[in-house]
Design a protein. Structure first.
Length: 66
């Protein structure tokens, strides 16, 4: 699973969308979608983790799942 997929799964569990995360954090549209093929920076990943109420380590561990 990619980091993007992990974030999307966590967001769905919290009844929010990738669009809402990007909008609320003032990210350019599509920023999180790029995480499907690349690794995000630690600061941006931490911002998303804080928004979702989890740790960045939790997101990365979730991304390691198949």
């Amino acid at each position: 699973m990619s980091v993007y997929s992990a974030v999307k799964t966590i967001a769905q569990a919290r009844e929010t969308s990738i669009y809402r995360i990007e909008k609320d954090l003032n990210f350019v549209p599509g920023k999180l979608n790029k995480w499907d093929k690349s690794m995000p920076g630690a600061d941006v990943l931490q911002d998303v983790a804080n928004y979702l109420g989890v740790t960045s380590a939790y997101i990365l561990d979730k991304a390691k799942e198949k």
